[in-house]
Design a protein around this ligand. Structure first.
Ligand code: UD1
Length: 422
């Protein structure tokens, strides 16, 4: 398996282009299943998770063609030949469950494997199921698969989520576009990826209001048409690269970055002693003189601090002056990066969902292992600030969410290389 070697190399400077959002793209792609006409996504990120979704859609009979080196995805679901999302694909990526709502709405039936556990927690699907049942679906669990049908077709209803789940909001939103009558989603997730999905669905002819707030209203239509839609910028990739000059020093401009995507995160950066400035091309990030200051962070649904930036923020706080408390409120078991950071000299105490980080003056390079996508990149960030070499194994996690990571960091002066497995 490939490895990445990072050697702390002082300050960074230059520009990093931010790609389209993985999580937006993974929700936008299944929207093709709702229409017989073509859906084209531009600004798509080139990631292995996108290939997994491509395979899944193709297994259902959709045509998915990757153009311009993967930045454009031309999709057509004119004829769907299969309604079973197999375990072999779904187990690789939880977001595969986003085909359930669209298939059910378009075909009246769908069989989707349960994703199973993943490294960052149990992640059940009860909210997706209850939401679709409220629209008239009948769903049964047999042999590890959800068997869903809507014999009378889906009909609009009021769905109140007990938690503002991103995936459940996306699944039920897509299903409701073709349901008869009005659907109201209460306590809906407000993430920018939901806004992007609703914007695309509206281009396809869906009638949606209120996305970006906790109440979304959908008026069902008989059919959706085709559309072309650019994927919104990836706020997690953005936040990750904003942390590179924060931890290593220097100044980096993240091209395509937008403050409204990372508000709560920028507030914490400011408190830690990092300057962020909006420019015509994106966000410019610079570290003020002196040591990083400790800050407390609690992860929350958007617009709160994102759980997907918690590991990376912890890497920064490992070098801060003072003690920071990080509380993880979205996923259980999302501190697997802590023991790896400790191998690099960090001082971290984890108790349940709380990690207490006491900053050290200098991290030291070490062999470390990635356990999930965001954990892996936090180790790369720590490596940028560490003395000596950090060797990261299980790099495939990074390929799920960061396109051209080595090239992007090299471009701002980092000493980083990928060693191919022989
Ligand atoms: C999405 C993102 C992921 C991010 C997460 C939270 C994608 C592809 N992935 O994941 O990167 O970390 O949002 O911002 O967009 N839950 C239930 N029952 C359900 C669904 C969820 O209990 O039916 C729980 C989960 O176990 C978890 C919490 O709700 O504890 C948040 O999950 P959710 O918002 O659904 O995240 P995902 O859509 O899976």
């Amino acid at each position: 398996m490939d490895q990445i070697i990072v050697t702390g190399n002082g300050e960074l400077s230059g520009e990093i282009p931010i790609a389209g959002a993985k999580n937006a793209c993974l929700a936008l792609m299944p929207a093709t299943l709702l229409s017989e006409e073509p859906l084209t996504l531009t600004n798509a990120p080139r990631l292995s998770d996108i290939q997994t979704m491509t395979q899944l859609l193709q297994s259902l009979g959709a045509e998915v063609t990757s153009l311009q080196g993967g930045q454009v995805l031309a999709m057509s679901s004119h004829d769907l030949t299969n309604h079973v999302a197999e375990y072999d694909i779904v187990r690789k990526m939880r977001a595969s469950n986003l085909v359930l709502g669209p298939m059910l709405a378009r075909l009246g039936h769908a069989v989707v494997s349960l994703p199973g556990g993943c490294a960052i927690g149990a992640r059940p699907m009860d909210l997706h199921i209850r939401g679709l049942e409220a629209l008239g679906a009948e769903i049964e669990l047999r042999d590890g698969y959800l068997h869903a049908k809507a014999p009378q077709g889906l009909r609009g209803a009021t769905v109140e989520f007990s938690f503002a789940s991103v995936g459940a909001t996306e699944n039920v939103l897509m299903a409701a576009t073709l349901a008869r009558g009005t659907t109201v989603l209460k306590n809906a997730a407000r993430e920018p990826e939901i806004v992007d999905l609703a914007t695309c669905l509206r281009k396809m002819g869906a009638q949606i209001e209120g996305e970006g707030t906790s109440e979304i209203t959908i008026e069902g239509v008989d059919r959706l048409s085709g559309a072309t839609h650019p994927v919104v910028a990836d706020r997690i990739e953005l936040g990750t690269y904003m942390l590179a000059p924060a931890i290593a020093g220097g100044e980096v401009e993240c091209l395509g970055g937008r403050l409204d995507l990372v508000g709560a995160f920028v507030e914490k950066l400011d408190a830690a002693g990092i300057d962020v400035e909006e420019t015509e091309r994106g966000l410019k990030v610079a570290r003020r003189n002196g040591r990083i200051r400790a800050v407390d962070v609690t992860t929350e649904p958007f617009p709160g601090f994102p759980t997907d930036l918690q590991a990376q923020m912890m890497a920064l706080l490992c070098t801060a002056e003072g003690t920071s408390v990080l509380e993880e409120k979205i996923f259980e078991n999302r501190f697997m990066h802590a023991p790896e950071l400790m191998r690099m000299g960090a001082r971290i105490d984890v108790h349940g969902g709380t990690a207490t980080v006491t900053g050290v003056e200098q991290l030291r390079g070490a062999p470390v292992m990635a356990t999930d996508l965001r954990a892996s990149v936090s180790l790369i960030l720590a490596g940028l600030a560490a003395e000596g070499e950090t060797v990261l194994s299980r790099v495939y996690h990074l390929d799920r969410g960061y396109e051209h990571l080595v090239r992007k960091l090299e471009g701002v002066g980092a000493k980083i290389e990928r060693i191919k497995d022989q």
